[in-house]
Design a protein around this ligand. Structure first.
Ligand code: FER
Length: 255
């Protein structure tokens, strides 16, 4: 299924709960993948299924320049991902059967969800930030991204991703330099779950610790031994999400 944003096609998957069709309205969680990620990654599929299993519908989409959606990887920016998130929120809200809406994102998608939550705070019931890459804006201002350094006052035309396999336009950096994560955190008052592995090789655990401290109503779950995508810890990861969802939403499947 494709969701249109102006001329852009976003390839999306909408999954209904495996049980809990009793109630009139079904709560829905929008799930955003990370940098170079896509909606069928194991940890994205795992959290989607875990939510479906306890009565939540999920909407996953490949974001600009990723997966099977439109746009080139090199041209993606956090601004573009943010407008994608707003489009997806509007799409979910317009479905006739949707009840409460939640935002969930992993890494750069987690940062995007944090920014979007501040913008649609009146429209969502909760925020789940998974290994959120909240250091990207400050890294862009300092000239430290993707394991390399550059002059932040003279942003390079292009940057290479870690292995050098992908090219990213300098506009990615210029956009990231404009974003203030603290402002987004301060503008969101609702409940937040942060999940982060203490063996994350891509995003420092400190990102989740700092965010959890600054949010008014946050719970932080640190997964011992887990890497950036919870490779060998998918069960403890999804259990943490389910437990928080039960606590925040009551029991959508009526149990
Ligand atoms: C970086 C570290 C991590 C970075 C991006 C990420 C653009 C994002 C990771 C992810 O979304 O999984 O330096 O620079």
């Amino acid at each position: 299924m494709y969701i249109q944003e102006d001329g852009l096609l976003l390839d999306a998957l909408l999954d209904k709960p495996t049980k809990g069709e009793k109630q009139k309205k079904t709560p829905l969680v929008l799930i955003l993948h990370g940098f170079t990620g896509y909606k069928e990654e194991p940890h994205i599929e795992a959290v989607s299924k875990a939510l479906n299993d306890i009565g939540f519908a999920t909407l996953r989409a490949d974001l600009y320049g990723h997966g099977k959606s439109g746009g080139e990887f090199r041209d993606h920016t956090l601004f573009k991902w943010l407008t994608n998130a707003l489009t997806l929120v509007d799409y979910a809200r317009a479905l006739p059967w949707t009840g409460d809406l939640y935002l969930c994102g992993h890494s750069q998608g987690g940062l995007t969800a944090m920014l979007a939550a501040a913008m649609v705070r009146d429209r969502i019931k909760g925020l789940i930030a998974l290994s959120p890459a909240a250091m990207i804006p400050e890294g862009a201002r300092r000239g430290e991204l993707l394991g390399m350094t550059f002059d932040p006052e003279h942003v390079p035309e292009t940057l290479k991703t870690w292995g050098g396999e992908k090219t990213l336009d300098g506009n990615y950096v210029r956009v990231a330099q404009m974003i203030r994560v603290e402002d987004a955190i301060d503008r969101y008052f609702g409940p937040v779950l942060l999940v982060h592995g203490d063996r994350d090789e891509a995003v420092p655990l400190q990102c989740a610790i700092d965010a959890a401290e600054r949010y008014r109503n946050a719970r932080l779950v640190i997964l011992p031994g887990a890497d950036h995508c919870y490779t060998h810890h998918l069960d403890s990861f999804t259990l943490a999400v389910q437990e928080w969802m039960y606590a925040v939403s009551g029991t959508p499947d009526g149990e």
